[in-house]
Design a protein around this ligand. Structure first.
Ligand code: SAH
Length: 251
């Protein structure tokens, strides 16, 4: 197995592949004003095994296209959707977020939790805008500085890993400069990282290592995840995920 296959193997059985929570998806839905609308068309981009997709399908009268690069995650989502009686509302699509096949102005909403960083926040919101109907909704969560200034080691780490990390006000300015108007912003609470994402991930480490005979590659992956967890635990007052809910503005 190569590194990507190992990473998939570690993350496939998680309920989510990034920080978040059902209550927070619901809060974003409330901010979007979409509750109560009928026959919505929604895309959930970089959906992983579908933590947010399943909430969207429960809460909205919508047909949802769940997009991810990795078919393994989509297969998990399909199973969960079946089990929860939501399969009729969800269609999966294995493709890149950089080559989405949607028609212009065809979607009422684009959702994306913890995934837009793969193409970059600004590139992503610019590329996806044309798929939204006039006044369509964009709801994305994105790595965000929670304070005006922060400790140097933390700043160094994230600037190197993800140069676009920024404060909420900077991200909102990027949204406004690219044809969106903010409806609401909130920062994910810490438990969305610890209880919902990191703890279940840590609990999978031992079985993952033994599945792969404690290979050097498997150990390196666990070490790198453990390092990220330690960094988050140390600096969680300064960095987190911001959830941005915005509306497409007229051209
Ligand atoms: N939204 C999910 C998953 C977040 S992890 C959750 O919150 O649990 C990021 C996801 O983006 C992964 O599932 C990964 O497979 C997917 N991804 C990475 N690069 C991608 C790309 N270029 N196009 C589509 N999906 C991508």
């Amino acid at each position: 197995m190569d590194d990507l296959e190992l990473l998939i193997d570690l993350h496939r059985d998680g309920e989510r592949q990034g920080p978040g929570g059902a209550d927070e998806t619901r809060l974003a839905i409330a901010l979007s004003g979409l509750a109560g609308a009928k026959g919505l068309k929604v895309a959930d981009i970089g959906c992983g095994s579908g933590a947010s997709t399943l909430v969207l399908a429960q809460e909205l009268d919508a047909s949802i296209t769940a997009v991810d690069l990795l078919p393994d995650f989509l297969a998990r989502l399909e199973k969960s959707a079946e089990r929860m009686g939501l399969a009729g509302r969800i269609e999966t699509l294995a493709t890149s977020m950089e080559a989405l096949p949607f028609e212009d102005q065809s979607l009422d909403a684009i959702w994306s939790e913890g995934a837009i960083y793969n193409m970059g926040f600004e590139t992503g919101i610019r590329a996806w805008r044309r798929f939204l109907k006039p006044e369509g909704i964009l709801a994305v969560s994105e790595l965000t500085w929670l304070t005006h200034a922060r400790p140097a080691p933390l700043e160094r780490h994230w600037t190197q890993e993800y140069a676009e990390v920024g404060t909420a006000s900077a991200k909102i300015a990027v949204l406004e400069a690219n044809g969106y108007s903010l409806l609401g912003y909130f920062a994910l609470p810490k438990r969305c990282w610890t209880d919902s994402y990191y703890r279940p991930l840590q609990e999978r480490f031992a079985a993952f290592l033994s599945r792969h005979g404690h290979s050097a590659a498997a150990q390196a992956i666990v070490e790198s995840e453990a390092k990220e967890i330690a960094l988050y635990e140390r600096y969680s007052d300064f960095v987190g995920y911001g959830y941005y809910v915005a509306r497409r503005t007229p051209d």
